[in-house]
Each structure stands twice: as C-alpha cells, then as structure tokens.
Design a protein around this ligand. Sequence first.
Ligand SMILES: C[S@@+](CC[C@H](N)C(=O)[O-])C[C@H]1O[C@@H](n2cnc3c(N)ncnc32)[C@H](O)[C@@H]1O
Length: 220
Amino acid sequence: MDRNINHDYVTKYLRALLPKREGLLREIEEKSAEEDTYVSIAEPETEQLLRVLIHISNAKSVLEIGTGSAYSAISMAMEGCSVTTIERYEKNFNISLQNIEKSKIKRIKPLFGEASDILPKLSETFDMIFLDAAKGQYLNFLPSLLRLLNEGGILVSDNVLYNGMTAMEGIAVRRKVTIIKRLRKYLEEISKNPYLLTTVLPIGDGVAISYKRKEELKNA
Ligand SMILES: C[S@@+](CC[C@H](N)C(=O)[O-])C[C@H]1O[C@@H](n2cnc3c(N)ncnc32)[C@H](O)[C@@H]1O
C-alpha cells in the first residue's frame, strides 16, 4: 500500500536515488506490491533510513516489533547487526521463517507471539528498536521499550503520521478515531519524555526517531 505523505514528485525523486534492492529483498518487494494478501513492508526510504541509523549509532543488536514478511529484519541484519523480531500472526510468522531461511542470515531471531506478552519477558537489551506493529498499541509498549533500549540507543517508530491523518486538524476518518488519538498521545509522550530526545521525520508514512539519553543528561 502506498502511504506516501509527501508530494508524489518528491517521493518519486527520493526513491529514484535509492539503490535498487536485488535478490530476496527485491522478490519480497515485488510480492508485496503485486499480491494484495502479502504482508506490507516498510517504505523504501524508511528501510534505507534504518540501515543508515544502524551505522550512525553503531547498533550491534536490534529489536523489531512487527516482523511481517521479515523484509526489514533481513535488510537490517544485512548491515551486520543481530535482529530479534516479534510477530503475532501465524501466517506472517511462517512467511517470515521461509524468507529468513532463504536469506541464509543466522543473526535473525524470530519470536512468535503477541508483543505485549513477549516484551515484559525479554531480559536482553538492545542498541536499536524498530517499532512497526499495531499503531494503537505503541503507547502501551513504551515502558517495556524504554527498559529494553540501551542508553545511547535509538527507538525508531514507523507510520506515526499514519497517512498524514495524525497531523490533520480534527479527525478526518471517523473509523480511525481511536488509532489516531493513540498515535497523537504516543508522539506527545515520546516528545516530552525526559529520557528521550525525539524528532519526527515526514518521510515514508512518518518516522519518529528517539535517542535514549544517558542518565546524567536526562534533564538536559
Ligand atoms: C507492517 S507489518 C511489518 C512489516 C515489517 N516490519 C517490514 O517492514 O518488513 C506489521 C506486522 O506487525 C504484526 N503485529 C501487529 N501488532 C503486533 C503485536 N502486538 N505483536 C506482534 N506482532 C504484531 C502484524 O501481524 C504484521 O505482520
């Protein structure tokens, strides 16, 4: 699905600058574009941003919430980090297992289940977290995410502008009221949280990047 929130000509131009994905990633991209029933994947510019952030932050370990087809997990792992990724929908989980196997990358650890059950049980901490699951749940996940993110780490939250609707005056689509209200609360929370330094980028479907401050700088 195209959730482009920018002028089409800007998005087209930015996408033309990105390197074309080859092999498995290209195969997943094509399936996602052609088959309505296939799992949706991160926008190309978001996927590229994840790769850039891994290197800028020197992330060695990533936690992903929302594996889908494992497109973003494989893409991030290709940059050299380990990826632990959570998926609750069996059909998508099975697709992700097939893709992970095809990728031959051993650094990806897929976990099956509801993130709100799994997150509190995780003991390992991570250098980067990519949040790409049900948008209405982001705020509920936040306490666990803060615990699981290392100081100096980065929380990347996808689809926070939700087709632009999060930023619109009022709420344009009534059936999206709850999700939009929750996304707005989430963005307010990560923007004012003393442990986080957050910026929201209007690329893809809106990506929030939050840096977890070191304890001594939390009131800076
Ligand atoms: C947009 S897809 C993920 C796409 C993937 N990150 C990529 O870019 O290739 C979102 C996935 O999150 C899963 N999901 C949503 N809410 C979840 C939750 N609470 N716990 C675990 N998985 C969840 C959905 O089943 C879906 O497969």
